[in-house]
Unconditional design. Structure first.
Length: 119
């Protein structure tokens, strides 16, 4: 199972971006999806999660501005980011936890996509 992330780039403060992360391979089920980010010189932080049942959680720093969603048919998770701030500048990573058709668990990461918020 692999993850392919896309959608990062340079955006002005107040702007929007949408990140995508597509899972491929022998996927039987996905239990949870999440987005993390790592700013320069800082530790990686969890910013949002989406459970199999559709429950979402957000870090206070992004609540009300970011939205996580998924397309089950495409095994893809999205992160819609609005009202972006310079402090949102970071490499964003997706994470997916699930199981394959042999019922082996997987916990995989995307390659990271850089988001730069600057005027």
């Amino acid at each position: 199972v692999q993850l392919q992330a896309s959608g990062g780039g340079l955006v002005q403060p107040g702007g929007s971006l949408r990140l995508s992360c597509a899972a491929s391979g022998s996927i039987f089920s996905i239990n949870s999806m999440a987005w993390y980010r790592q700013a320069p010189g800082k530790q990686r932080e969890l910013i949002t999660t989406l459970s199999r049942g559709g429950v979402t959680n957000y870090a206070d720093s992004v609540k009300g501005r970011f939205t996580i969603s998924r397309d089950n048919a495409k095994n893809t998770v999205y992160l819609q980011m609005n009202s972006l701030k310079p402090e949102d500048t970071a490499v964003y990573y997706c994470n997916v936890v699930g199981s394959d058709y042999e019922f082996r668990q997987f916990d995989i990461w995307g390659q990271g996509t850089l988001v730069t918020v600057s005027s």
